[in-house]
Design a binder for this molecule. Structure first.
Ligand SMILES: Cc1cc2nc3c(=O)[nH]c(=O)nc-3n(C[C@H](O)[C@H](O)[C@H](O)COP(=O)(O)OP(=O)(O)OC[C@H]3O[C@@H](n4cnc5c(N)ncnc54)[C@H](O)[C@@H]3O)c2cc1C
Length: 305
């Protein structure tokens, strides 16, 4: 299982495979996890989810940005998404990756790009979350977040339970009273920076959920894991935390019935909806997470064949 996870994570970073995937379009079952290649297709998916009581965070997929012009294109796509959310009055937010805004290029570029996005986000009342990428970008991403949060309300970010540093980060960030998404963590990290054992990741996940909620902050618990969801339900009951201080989040295409069930139980549930032509790395990470996803995709291909 670990070998398979490593294999798909390796493929997710392969530039040649990314190019091939772009060329051949949304084939091989990726459309189960990706809402199309254009904003128009994504809007239809969001409307459908909204009708079922699910809110959304939308993500224009893009990886390996290595120049300013590419970053600018990503910004334009994000603004297009914000305008679509505002124009169509969708119950949706925006998620983005700091590297696709130019984090690896220069601090000035990424800051300017984020300011452009936040200006549009404020105009259209759209909340923006900076996703968390691999460990080498964690510190820079949090620094960027703090700078932006000092001036803007509509911005949040993500902490990963597998990182040792997250329990300190969550306390430090409390100063900003941030709206944070908490996740287990999706990248391959060394045991120098991340818990290697799943049970330790889960224990740390529970710890940071509790800390953030009891600090009085809005908390998005992003997981498909019923044990974590049940833990959160118990915790909010015990500490009488209102349902409007937290939400659950899951990925588009994963556990849809469970998502609807949670809405029917009276919880807020947000679905992370990725779209765009650069879907390949995202798709590979989903396959790395769960062998059952691979089986599902293979079955789909066999049927088509
Ligand atoms: C909305 C959202 C945003 C995210 N943003 C980020 C981010 O910014 N940075 C980052 O590093 N990671 C992010 N992630 C990914 C996250 O870090 C995990 O890699 C991913 O969510 C898998 O972990 P899990 O908590 O769902 O539990 P896992 O440990 O993968 O799964 C636990 C259990 O959940 C159940 N389960 C999982 N998948 C299924 C399924 N398909 N069908 C049925 N049961 C299932 C099973 O019971 C499984 O044993 C995000 C995840 C979500 C949901």
């Amino acid at each position: 299982m670990q070998v398979m996870r490593d294999f798909f994570l390796y493929l997710s970073k392969n530039k040649m495979m990314t190019k091939m995937a772009k060329k051949y379009g949304l084939r091989f079952g990726a459309s189960r996890f990706v809402a199309g290649e254009s904003i128009e297709q994504a809007v239809e998916v969001i409307k459908n989810l909204n009708r079922q009581g699910l809110c959304v965070t939308i993500d224009y997929l893009g990886e390996f940005i290595d120049n300013e012009a590419e970053a600018k294109k990503m910004v334009d796509h994000c603004i297009e998404a914000i305008q679509a959310i505002g124009g169509e009055q969708l119950d949706a937010q925006l998620s983005l990756k700091a590297t696709s805004m130019g984090l690896d290029l220069s601090e000035g570029i990424v800051l300017n790009n984020m300011m452009r996005i936040l200006k549009s986000a404020e105009e259209h009342h759209v909340f923006v979350t900076i996703d968390m990428e691999d460990y080498t970008r964690c510190h820079q991403t949090l620094t960027l977040f703090k700078k932006l949060r000092a001036k803007h309300q509509h911005i949040g970010t993500v902490l990963q339970a597998y990182l040792y540093r997250s329990k300190n980060d969550i306390e430090e960030l409390n100063l900003y009273k941030p709206n944070l998404r908490l996740v287990k963590g999706a990248y391959k990290e060394s045991s120098e920076v991340a818990f290697p054992k799943k049970s330790d990741v889960d224990a740390n996940f529970k710890r940071i959920i509790k800390t953030h909620l009891l600090n009085g902050n809005y908390t998005a618990i992003a997981t498909h894991d019923d044990a974590i969801i049940d833990y959160t339900k118990q915790l909010v009951k015990e500490y009488r935390i209102e349902n409007d201080q937290f939400e659950f989040q899951m990925l588009y295409g994963i556990r849809h019935e469970r998502q609807v069930e949670l809405v029917n139980e009276g919880y807020k549930m947000r679905v992370y909806v990725p779209y765009g032509t650069d879907w390949y790395g995202y798709f590979m990470r989903r396959l790395a997470e769960r062998p059952a996803n691979v089986a599902f995709i293979l079955k789909g291909i066999m049927k088509k064949g």
